[in-house]
Design a protein around this ligand. Structure first.
Ligand code: SF4
Length: 346
């Protein structure tokens, strides 16, 4: 049986909603993200950027196997060297497991580079809000890299670990035409996607780097210091991660109260999927939390009110069905423009 480790993608899932960890990977539950073609095309862009990033750090070793133990064995063998570059390095600490896009070891220093198919401008894009907290738009990327750094420094406590994001540099100009066509996304016999780099790739293609490496150690420290809010407490980053890992390992469902996130939850099933025998995590969650019966799911809810920003407040107050909302809650206001205003349309 595959070990049940908390990986970076599962940590990301748990940040959206910890209950999702329970449904993850279970084929009896419908999952709307599996077939999402937009996400699939984004992933393809990610493969290409990842492969280009490796070209900027030549001479590394790629860990190709998907087997956890074998990947760890190969990585640890390579890490016996003083200087080494590893692509897709596998690192485990207790029940936490990551594959680092690029890991560079120089004696006592480890650089951990997470490659993202996202663009970044050194002077216009900031990671922080005015109060010094991490800006919402950057949270998924920075929590991901903070998780990886936590795993690497826990696994190698005698090394100093620095973390970086590597992204498309908005200021850079692509040195040659058709560079992306030299990184072809292919699917192997096992259905696994990868990138084949064309033999036509030249030194000119790589002369001016179009990806930028940004140090995010300070962001990681802010994330570690902030910890996580639970119902009645704030717990440290490492305690929270350990709690998630423990629940995932034991297959314990972490119950989360209904929230705005439920509206876009991928673990909901269409009527057809339910007829085909698939379970709906969404229905399970709401039955457990709200005591709803099958007929409760037939009536319209706040999720169907277009552009209703106070949704979460109403959900938390238990006003979830449309019948619980009054016209004055939505406050229709005219915007003095022809036609209905946004609030009038609601
Ligand atoms: S339905 Fe809501 S509580 Fe349940 S997994 Fe989805 S987001 Fe989490």
């Amino acid at each position: 049986m595959k070990p049940r480790y908390l990986t970076k993608s599962r940590f990301k899932l748990a940040l959206e909603c910890p209950t999702k960890l329970y449904y993850d990977g279970k084929s009896e539950y419908a999952n709307q993200k599996i077939e999402d073609t937009f996400l699939l095309s984004l992933a393809e862009g990610g493969f290409q950027v990842g492969e280009l990033a490796k070209c900027y750090f030549p001479g590394g070793y790629e860990i190709e196997t998907l087997d956890y133990d074998e990947a760890l064995r190969q990585t640890n063998e390579l890490l016996k060297q003083d200087h080494v570059i590893i692509y897709e390095a596998a690192v485990r600490f207790e029940n936490l497991f990551i594959r680092a896009d690029i890991l560079i070891k120089n004696k006592k220093k480890i650089e951990l580079i997470e490659v993202k198919a996202k663009s970044y401008h050194t002077s216009k894009d900031g990671f922080y809000n005015k109060n010094g907290s991490i800006a919402a738009a950057w949270q998924p990327y920075l929590y991901d890299v903070a998780f990886q750094k936590h795993v690497v420094r826990s696994a190698f406590p005698n090394q100093s670990v620095s973390a970086y994001l590597m992204m498309a540099d908005k200021k850079a100009k692509c040195p040659t035409d058709g560079l992306n066509q030299k990184f072809k996304v292919v699917t192997n016999d096992n259905g696994r996607k990868g990138v084949v780099v064309s033999k036509a790739l030249t030194t000119n293609d790589l002369k001016e780097e179009i990806l930028i490496q940004v140090n995010v150690d300070e962001c990681c420290d802010i994330i570690y210091q902030a910890g996580f809010e639970t119902d009645d407490d704030v717990i440290s980053f490492s305690d929270y991660v350990n709690q998630l890992a423990d629940c995932y390992m034991k297959d314990i469902k972490i119950i989360s109260p209904p929230s705005n996130t439920c509206g876009g939850c991928e673990y909901s099933a269409t009527e057809q999927e339910r007829k085909d025998g698939l379970k709906s995590g969404f229905i399970e969650c709401w039955k457990e939390c709200l005591g709803w019966m099958d007929e409760d799911f037939l009536v319209p809810t706040v999720f169907e009110i277009w552009n209703f920003r106070n949704k979460n407040v109403y959900i938390q107050a238990g006003c979830i069905k449309m019948a619980d909302i009054y016209e004055e809650d939505i406050v229709p206001k005219s915007d003095n423009k022809p036609g209905l205003s946004a609030s009038e349309r609601r």
